[in-house]
Design a protein around this ligand. Structure first.
Ligand SMILES: *Cc1c(COP(=O)(O)O)cnc(C)c1O
Length: 398
């Protein structure tokens, strides 16, 4: 596949790399070498393909959103239906790949961080399947907000550990997971949930999520006889977006649009628009754009969508932004909710509130383009998990 690879040390331009305690060097290097070996091993790739097809449910549909297209009156809109995957989002693409890596490494204990619980549920799912011990670190605040996902993980046999440090959310859960890894690396695999973290994680997660873009490319060629004009995806850590974008990297005529959460507005502190308003710094062992305070500490971030409120972002997106390969814009809570309502009503598809940010970006873009242009929206997940919260918000704002 066409691609943009990091250098030997895991840098995309100035972003990425490894800024970690020395104890982790050897373990991450082992992971890197194993990963490089496995992705060239036909047996590994055949096993990956087996689970992608039979367990995740791939390939996901490439669906022409005819009614949304007509309503907006501009470019033709296709939806890449990651919401149809087992466990309801793109997360399992990455998790199944990494779980197979963990198996090859002989690790029997898997740890992961989770924010909203989507990555935790996907990880617990893979661990149930492969009979691995599973420990999920989740901010105490998030365990309360996402109680149903906590129960789901427990049903699947995972142990959910509430994290009580800091703001008791995702950032703190990652800190604790990294601490666990330092202590238990000999038998433990750290299943990172987005295209972030120290080298080689951004590369690994990108590789396993690239199945989205590889499929979308073939599906668009089949449906339209040509490549799309725009790819649109929401950006939290950046894994669903890079999964769609990366396989089109060398197709310079294909434009890429990432949509970050503007929360209550870019002129308030309540957003998580990392690429738009962040500055270069280090978080969780890698260099990227970070929303940080005057002391260089990651600042609290906010979005209506729990899956997007992370104060850092994947290094490859920072590089795409710096080089102009992709453009990054934002959508507010309100725009995302309006998009959530529109797609539900017009197409009969309830999108995840994360994915609704991408839909909002496309709703703005489509009317400005001619009818012969093509937009692909990455519909990263389904919205069932968000219905109760959206109902609450709508009741309050009536
Ligand atoms: C976790 C999640 C995201 C955000 O994560 P990325 O790594 O930025 O893709 C987006 N959409 C859904 C449905 C998610 O569950």
């Amino acid at each position: 596949m066409t691609n943009c690879l990091p250098n030997e040390s895991g840098f995309f331009g100035e972003f990425g790399g490894r800024f970690i305690p020395p104890q982790l060097e050897a373990i991450l290097e082992e992971l890197k070498q194993e990963y490089k070996k496995e992705i060239n091993d036909p047996e590994f790739l055949a096993e990956l393909k087996y689970y992608q097809k039979n367990f995740v449910g791939r390939p996901s549909e490439f669906y022409y959103a005819k009614k949304l297209t007509e309503k907006l009156g501009g470019a033709k809109i296709y939806l890449k239906r990651e919401d149809m995957n087992h466990t309801g989002s793109h997360k399992l693409n990455n998790v199944m790949g990494q779980a197979l890596l963990a198996k090859r490494l002989g690790k029997k204990r898997v740890i992961a961080e989770t924010g909203a619980g989507q990555h935790g549920v996907a990880t617990a799912t893979a661990c149930a399947l492969f009979e691995m011990e599973c420990i999920i670190y989740m901010g105490e605040e998030d365990t309360r907000r996402q109680a149903l996902n906590v129960f789901r993980m427990e049903l699947l046999g995972a142990k959910v550990v509430p994290v009580t440090s800091g703001t008791r959310t995702l950032k703190d859960a990652v800190d604790v997971a990294l601490g666990d890894l330092i202590e238990n690396y000999e038998n433990t695999y750290y299943m990172l949930g987005s295209a972030v973290g120290p080298d080689p994680y951004p590369e690994i997660v990108k590789y396993f999520q690239s199945v989205i873009g590889v499929e979308a490319k073939a599906q668009c060629l089949e449906a339209e006889g040509r490549l799309p004009d725009y790819l649109v995806a929401c950006v939290g850590g950046g894994s669903n977006a890079i999964g769609l974008f990366a396989p089109f990297y060398d197709d310079k005529e294909v434009k890429m649009l990432g949509v970050e959460p503007a929360g209550r507005g870019l002129d308030t502190p309540d957003h998580a628009a990392t690429l738009t308003l962040g500055s270069t710094g280090i978080i969780h062992g890698f260099k990227c754009k970070v929303i940080q305070d005057e002391n260089g500490e990651p600042a609290p971030v906010y979005s209506v969508s729990a899956g997007l409120d992370y104060p850092g972002v994947g290094p490859e997106h920072c590089y795409y932004q710096a080089t102009g390969r992709a453009e990054y814009v934002t959508a507010t809570d309100k725009e995302a909710i309006d998009a959530f309502l529109m797609l539900s009503k017009v197409e009969g598809i309830i999108p995840a509130i994360e994915s609704s940010h991408a839909v909002a970006g496309a709703i703005r873009l489509a009317p400005s383009l001619d009818k012969d242009k093509i937009i692909v929206i990455n519909l990263s997940g389904r919205g069932d998990k968000d219905v109760a919260e959206i109902a609450d918000i709508l009741a309050r704002t009536k």
